[in-house]
Ligand binder design. Structure first.
Ligand code: CP3
Length: 345
């Protein structure tokens, strides 16, 4: 059945002459229709928890550009919210959380976890699935424990997530407990997303690249392996993409170690190296520089062509190496899709 959807075919190991394309943060601020709905919907979290609005936002990039996949409109920080941590978003400065500090703060999270708080997300999925064109795959997601924990400890985004790194060195047992709580909550959350109707999952470990090797094993590899194993046991057949940003030299063999079907590649990864070093059974996703998309013109064409050329013959999903930047002109996104599909600019 999946074969009618190019994205699912590639995740199943098929190389396509024209790779399926979607973009991280394809639903977001570069779209005027997003800005319009966001302005009416109240806070960012209220928007995430309004199934009617969140479903419309999920569908907006499909309607405008005809991407091969829709990604659920939500955020990775709804999981700390469901764990009872106070989370809010300030325009301009990004996410804010009341930082987790003590052992009892951490213990309280497990006690207060309430998956039903995320029922609006499942209702969003239910609404979207009936409205997707037949060839468009539906992607659910969560943040990886390390990345989510890094915001829970710092209480905000930081340049290098140093507060969580320091916490993990100073109090590894408490940190391990937090990672465990997040892994368990993520398993429940992802299974509920599948049951509501997503067809594939992406796990975002956006801050994996700041960890030294032993910490990478403990806080990135182990929990991702646990989550993917549990989800695959409970719901076999749903492909999983691991976006381990900054995974660098860890990437060869990583998909096998994690049990993932595909790896998302960030902008720094050389596609020639990736194709050679990452075993052929792993589908690869990426990895256009979001700044090339912002720049447009001949530089964008050149970067697109290089990526298409390097991944030719390999199961490949065209994407960015990180999310769409808010200032990105709409015409550049149209240029990208036209060039990837060879339907002109
Ligand atoms: O990709 C999509 O279109 C689906 C929705 C989605 C959002 N966030 C919507 C969003 C997804 C998959 C995410 C993932 C996410 N959220 C990550 C991992 C991927 C990455 O970018 O590294 C992280 C680290 C977060 C946490 C987060 N949420 C930050 C740091 C910010 C502020 C920075 C920013 O880009 O605004 C957000 C806010 C956010 N999440 C917005 C959107 C559309 C902007 C909110 C607004 O409208 O003001």
């Amino acid at each position: 059945m999946g074969d009618r959807k190019p994205l699912l075919a590639v995740l199943n190991g098929e190389a396509r002459v024209v790779p399926p394309i979607w973009l991280m943060r394809q639903a977001g601020r570069y779209l005027p229709e997003y800005q319009e709905l966001r302005a009416k919907a109240g806070s960012f979290l209220d928007t995430c928890y309004n199934p009617q609005t969140a479903a419309r936002i999920t569908l907006q990039p499909i309607e405008r550009f005809g991407f091969d996949a829709a990604i659920l409109f939500s955020d990775i920080l709804v999981v700390p919210d469901a764990l009872g941590q106070k989370v809010w978003f300030e325009s301009g400065s990004g996410p804010r959380l009341v930082p987790v500090e003590s052992d009892s703060d951490i213990a309280a999270l497990a006690e207060s976890f309430d998956i039903e708080k995320l029922s609006p997300v499942f209702e969003t999925i239910d609404r979207v699935k009936g409205e997707l064109p037949k060839s468009v795959a539906f992607i659910g997601f969560c943040g990886a424990p390390w990345t989510v924990a890094s915001y829970m400890i710092a209480g905000r985004g930081t340049p290098d997530q140093a507060p969580a790194r320091l916490f993990a060195f100073r109090r590894p047992e408490a940190f391990a407990r937090l990672i465990d709580i997040l892994a368990d909550a993520s398993i429940v959350y992802l299974i509920r997303q599948i049951d509501a109707g997503v067809e594939t999952l992406q796990i975002f470990d956006s801050w994996a690249g700041v960890l030294p090797p032993l910490e990478f094993e403990r806080w990135v590899v182990a929990p991702l392996k646990k989550i993917i194993g549990a989800v695959k046991t409970a719901r076999p057949g749903v492909p999983i993409i691991a976006f381990v940003r900054g995974g660098a030299t860890h990437l060869p063999g990583l998909a096998e170690r994690l049990g993932a079907d595909a790896l998302g590649l960030d902008t720094a990864i050389d596609p020639v190296w990736a194709v050679k070093e990452i075993p052929a059974g792993t589908a690869l996703q990426g990895n256009l520089d979001p700044l090339a998309l912002l720049a447009g013109g001949a530089a964008l064409d050149r970067e697109i062509d290089a990526i298409l050329h390097c991944f030719a013959g390999r199961p490949h999903i065209f994407n960015l190496g990180h999310g769409v930047l808010p200032e990105t002109p709409l015409e550049h996104v149209a240029q990208l899709i036209g060039r990837v599909r060879r339907t002109g600019n």
